[in-house]
Design a protein around this ligand. Structure first.
Ligand SMILES: [Zn+2]
Length: 345
């Protein structure tokens, strides 16, 4: 017999933060989702934690190009969420963070050749400073002219929850100035640097009329997700092999509501009481949740509060850095995922 828990742990660590679930579908729940992928560097093996090899990247693109997927721009993913529409089955989308030159040289030609839409999240000051290893504004303009989309990623790639409101606002404002100067517009899409946010940061985004934001916790997006904390599957050398990529593209969302605690930045209680309601029609007894408590991934105890609401009783506190929880349910042959990430003081 396959070591089931070991298998689950390996999958969790894959994109290192994921999502999922359901069973017999209630008529009102729209339970298709979108798997959004995030790359940083391509073909820069000196940075394995933010890089995929060219071979891994080619395998991903060859796989989705020769199988039936609904590949849409990230802006379309957002429109579907904000307009409460429904995702087509097997919807996927691609994003690239930070605008490393290796993306432009090694990956963009392949995306373009295969007519795959891409969104590039840019921290403007890094480009303004002509930082070695990053794209130039000329390259970014070429990318846009060739069909690429761009998104906001602050000016200085700031740890948003760890800075004062004033600093964060100034940083966003600076990025807007650079975008207007260099491109003539401010992009709509927004992704948090390091995938880090907090309730205070979300309120700042609202002040800027930013309607949503993407994180870096793994999981399949459903239209019921918090639009200010949308998951993406992060790909790197360790978690970028084809079997894991295929697992992520084929996964479905686990639709949950009323996730607690509502604060993503934990400064005080590092062993929070986690609760959520499951809207997917699944057998709750089949739910498995893992968390990186105490610095290691381990299975967590789940108790039912009501028929649809569960509590996860963590076995240990989260360690400083990123506290992650991933829950899965397999129904028929489909895996459903839910993932969440806390920033831990
Ligand atoms: Zn980044």
């Amino acid at each position: 017999m396959i070591n089931y828990k070991k298998f689950l742990i390996s999958i969790f660590c894959l994109v290192c933060y994921l999502i999922p679930t359901h069973t017999s579908i209630s008529e009102t729940i729209k339970d298709n989702g979108a798997s959004v992928f995030m790359y940083h560097r391509i073909g820069e093996s000196t940075y394995p934690s933010t890089n995929v090899t060219i071979e891994q990247f080619n395998q991903h693109i060859n796989y989705i190009s020769t199988n039936s997927f609904n590949i849409i721009p990230l802006s379309d993913v957002l429109d579907i969420i904000l307009n409460n529409q429904e995702f087509t089955r097997n919807t996927i989308s691609f994003s690239i963070d930070d605008a490393y030159e290796s993306f432009y040289l090694n990956a963009w030609p392949k995306f373009r050749e295969n007519n795959i839409p891409v969104t590039l999240f840019i921290s403007t000051e890094i480009i303004d400073n002509k930082t070695n290893g990053y794209m130039t504004w000329d390259q970014i303009r070429n990318f846009i002219n060739e069909g690429g989309q761009v998104g906001q990623h602050t000016s200085s790639h700031i740890h948003m929850p760890l800075n004062s409101k004033e600093t964060v606002k100034k940083d966003i404002l600076n990025s807007h100035k650079s975008f207007v100067k260099e491109l003539g517009f401010i992009p709509e899409l927004f992704a948090y640097p390091y995938g880090e946010t907090s309730k205070e940061v979300i309120n700042i985004l609202k002040e800027f009329n930013i309607s949503h934001a993407f994180g870096q916790h793994s999981g399949v997006i459903s239209i019921y997700d918090n639009e200010y904390y949308l998951p993406r599957f992060s790909l790197n050398e360790q978690f970028g092999d084809l079997d894991r990529f295929i697992f992520a593209v084929k996964s479905l969302p686990l639709i949950i509501k009323d996730f607690m605690p509502s604060e993503m930045y934990l400064t005080d209680n590092l062993k929070p009481k986690i609760e959520f309601s499951i809207e997917s029609n699944i057998d709750i007894n089949q739910l498995n949740c893992f968390a990186n408590t105490g610095g290691n991934w381990s299975s967590q105890k789940i108790t039912n509060i009501t028929e649809k609401r569960v509590q996860i009783i963590l076995d240990d506190s989260f360690k400083s850095g990123r506290g992650r929880i991933n829950c899965t349910v397999q129904r028929d042959k489909n895996w459903h995922w839910f993932g969440y990430q806390f920033l831990i003081k």
